[in-house]
Design a protein around this ligand. Structure first.
Ligand code: HEM
Length: 175
C-alpha cells in the first residue's frame, strides 16, 4: 500500500529545530568582531615568511635568512598559540560552534599545525643555519601546506555555517 505523501507543513528541518546549533555568534570579540579572525593573519603570514626565508637561504646561502627564519618561526608559533586560545575559548563556550563536528575538525587540524610550528621553531634554537637543510625546510613546507588547509577550513566554518558571524544591522528588519 502506498504511503501518503507528507504535507509541506509536516516537514521540519532538524538543524533549524535545534536551537543550540543556531547560536554561532562570536563571544570572543571586540564590538562583535571575532578576535580569532583578527589574530590568525599573524601565524598565517609568519609561517609563509619562514618558508620564504628558508628558500632564500637555500638559493643565496646568505646567513641573514636563517636568523630571520628563526625569529619568524618563533612569531608564527607564539601568535598561533594566542590565536588558538581565542579559537578554543570560542569553541567551548558557543553552543552552535561546540555542537558542530566541522569546528572540531578545524581544532584537530590547528593543533597539528601548532605542533609543527613549535617543532620548526625549537629545531632552530642555537643553530639556525644548520637547522635549515633539510629538516627545517621540510617542516616549513609542511607547515605552509597545513596552514593553507587549516585556514581554508576556518573560512569554510564562517562561509558555510556562518560560525562567528552575527545577524548584524544589515540583516535585521528595520523597525
Ligand atoms: C587551536 C585551536 C583553534 C580553534 C579551536 C579554532 C576555532 C575557530 C573558529 C570557532 C572559527 C570560526 C570563527 C570564529 O568564531 O572566530 C575559526 C575560524 C578561522 N580559523 Fe581557527 N581555530 C583554531 C586555530 C586556528 C589556527 C592556528 C589558524 C591558522 C591557520 C586558524 C585559522 C582560521 C581562519 C582563517 C578562520 C576563518 C576566519 C574568518 O574568515 O573570519 N585557526 N577558527
Amino acid at each position: 500500500m502506498a504511503r501518503p505523501e507528507p504535507a509541506d507543513d509536516d516537514l521540519t528541518d532538524p538543524v533549524h529545530e535545534n536551537r543550540a546549533l543556531q547560536q554561532t555568534e562570536s563571544l570572543v570579540a571586540i564590538a562583535g568582531h571575532p578576535l580569532h579572525a583578527m589574530l590568525v593573519a599573524f601565524p598565517i603570514a609568519l609561517t609563509m615568511c619562514v618558508l620564504g626565508a628558508d628558500l632564500l637561504f637555500w638559493w643565496t646561502g646568505d646567513a641573514f635568512w636563517p636568523v630571520a627564519a628563526g625569529w619568524a618561526a618563533f612569531g608564527a608559533f607564539l601568535m598561533g598559540v594566542i590565536a588558538g586560545i581565542t579559537g578554543t575559548v570560542e569553541l567551548l563556550i558557543v553552543p552552535g560552534i561546540r555542537n558542530r563536528s566541522a569546528s572540531w575538525t578545524h581544532f584537530v587540524l590547528a593543533v597539528m599545525l601548532l605542533s609543527i610550528l613549535g617543532a620548526n621553531w625549537v629545531l632552530r634554537i642555537g643553530d639556525p643555519q644548520g637547522a635549515v637543510l633539510p629538516l627545517g625546510l621540510l617542516l616549513s613546507v609542511l607547515a605552509a601546506g597545513l596552514t593553507g588547509v587549516t585556514g581554508w577550513h576556518g573560512g569554510k566554518l564562517v562561509f558555510d555555517y556562518q560560525i562567528g558571524t552575527s545577524a548584524g544591522a544589515s540583516s535585521r528588519p528595520r523597525g
